[in-house]
Design a protein around this ligand. Structure first.
Ligand code: NAD
Length: 508
């Protein structure tokens, strides 16, 4: 916990909670600074909400559910239509704040917002997405149909790396299905998330339908164990995601836990060389490698080994600078702690015998000497036992492995404990088809480096990257945020024939 600001220090804004439609100053004594990772400027302070404040947020959501669940679909959809228009209108303004608190470039911050906006657009079609099914005459004069009903108070816990997209994966779909929501944004960069929440309120989300509490482990654990919360959507590291999944599961909740990654790009020698190298450099070093779908392992197959020098040249040309500066390719990592961790892993790679082809440790950024910068870093000669391979580095570090065949590459990817994203670069349809069939990874890109699905599909993941069987957007999330009720109905005419007593289980 950082010390509260003392008199004499520059006054910084305090982030508020949103409870029952009211913006509330937290009564907590525990605050944390939100720090610009390029400058260390304190942008604001975020409270770690008290247990009473979490309870008040859940209670407000529980009260609001009574009426919100019966609000007509059209009314819910129209709020989403207004929200998408407001996000478009304010996107550039939000992107500036997002870049300042998270470090990514302005263009990438706009992309972060846009990928979330797409989910809000999809939420506008809830009328068709939430439809049930109907079968006429399942027995004589009997029909069966399903209702997709909201489940109650749902909660979302989000990571620092996409402060716009990931909250927008969660609350719009949850509330448009008729649920109410408690959001717990990342404590590292909640400002842009809060701007989106303000727009949701402006769009007409009623009091109590969307609530926000801030904090860390204590608040997350309070959400996971709260008796009145029915479902939790978590996105973050595997360690925390597993904890959330287990704890919330023990307390009877539906949970989807989208977790860490080690994404392999497999490069066959028949691939388009320039396009592939551009894709690798962009996906490995863009957003300073802090995307769950970042390429962090390149697997060069056969003669594609010879492309390494070109990759190194390309990576060395990327411009490291503050995200707000024009022409920046690689911004800072989120915190000093994150930088220390990345540097520690680079050291471990050297110690364990990998070849450091490109060293980003001592990068200097004029005007931003205090920034948490790490330049693009490239290792070759990496083996699967090394920590730089076994751990998610979450920084601008690409490790290169070499194999002889596509079969070996597939086996390598499938042996890695994570299964978030992967890519194959090739001009061969047969190779691509084999890869997509045999690879055990949630998101597969064929000549696409970051294959994040658009919102009419669902984000997914396998093995160490995901727990729970339904994804956070698309049709799957409508299932996650609703429960199915089946109705089997028969209506009698006044003159219908008396069938007598049926003592069997059969419908007739
Ligand atoms: P994180 O796990 O540290 O934090 C995620 C959330 O959990 C935050 O809201 C945080 O406050 C809370 N939290 C942190 N420590 C906790 C604890 N001990 N107990 C309970 N809650 C805790 O993740 P991060 O560093 O913010 O985000 C980066 C991670 O998220 C990476 O591993 C990345 O791969 C992953 N990620 C995954 C996806 C996906 O869809 N699979 C998407 C984005 C990010």
């Amino acid at each position: 916990m950082n010390a509260p600001h003392t008199p004499g220090q520059t006054k910084v804004d305090q982030v508020r909670l949103l409870i029952d439609g009211q913006w509330v100053e937290s009564k907590t004594s525990e605050w944390r600074d939100i720090v610009n990772p390029a400058t260390q400027e304190v942008l604001a302070r975020v409270p770690f909400a008290t247990a009473e404040e979490v309870d008040a947020a859940v209670a407000a959501a529980q009260r609001a559910f009574k009426t919100w669940k019966d609000t007509p679909i059209g009314a819910r959809m129209r709020i989403m239509l207004r929200l998408q228009a407001l996000i478009r209108e304010h996107s550039k303004r939000i992107a500036v704040t997002l870049s300042a608190e998270q470090g990514k470039t302005i263009a990438d911050a706009e992309g972060d917002i846009f990928r979330g906006l797409e989910v809000v657009e999809h939420a506008c079609s809830i009328g068709t997405l939430q439809m049930g099914e109907f079968a006429e005459n399942v027995a004589g004069g009997v029909d069966t149909y399903t209702l997709r009903q909201p489940i109650g108070v749902c909660a979302g816990i989000t990571p620092f790396n996409f402060p716009a997209m990931i909250p927008l994966w969660m609350f719009p779909m949850a509330i448009v299905c008729g649920n109410t929501f408690v959001l717990k944004p990342s404590e590292q960069d909640p400002l842009s998330t809060m701007m989106l929440v303000e727009l949701a309120i402006e769009a007409g989300v009623p009091a109590g339908v969307l609530n926000v509490v801030h904090g860390g482990k204590q608040v997350v654990d309070a959400i996971c164990t709260h008796a009145d919360i029915k479902a939790i959507s978590f996105v973050g590291s595997t360690e925390v995601g597993t904890h959330v999944y287990n704890l919330a599961g023990q307390h009877g909740k539906r949970v989807q836990s989208m977790m860490g990654a080690k994404n392999h790009a497999v490069v066959l020698p028949d691939a388009n060389r320039e396009q592939t190298l551009n894709a690798l450099a962009g996906a490995a070093f863009g957003a300073a490698g802090q995307r769950c779908m970042a390429t962090s392992v390149a697997v060069l197959v056969g003669k594609a080994r010879e492309w390494l020098p070109d990759l190194k040249v390309l990576a060395s040309k990327l411009k490291v600078n503050a995200g707000c500066e024009p022409g920046t390719d690689v911004g800072p990592v989120i915190s000093k702690r994150a930088k220390e961790r990345v540097l520690g892993l680079i050291e471990s790679g050297i110690r364990e015998g990998a070849k450091l082809e490109l060293d980003g440790r001592d990068v200097k950024v004029p005007g931003y000497e205090n920034g948490n910068f790490v330049g693009p870093t490239l290792f070759s000669g990496v083996t699967t036992e090394m920590q730089i391979y076994t751990q998610e580095i979450f920084g601008p570090v690409l490790v290169v492995l070499e194999v002889d065949t596509l079969d070996e590459a597939i086996a390598l990817v499938n042996r890695n404990p994570f299964g978030n994203g992967t890519g194959l670069f090739t001009q061969s349809g047969a190779a691509a088809r084999k890869f997509q069939a045999e690879i055990d990874v949630g998101q597969v890109g064929i000549n696409i480096p970051i294959p994040v699905p658009v919102p009419f599909f669902s984000f997914t993941g396998s093995r160490g990257s995901k727990l729970g069987d339904l994804g956070p957007y698309g049709k799957q999330v409508v299932q996650f945020y609703t429960q199915t009720k089946t109705v089997t109905a028969r209506w009698f005419d006044d003159d219908s024939v008396n069938d007598g007593v049926n003592t069997t289980i059969s419908l007739r």
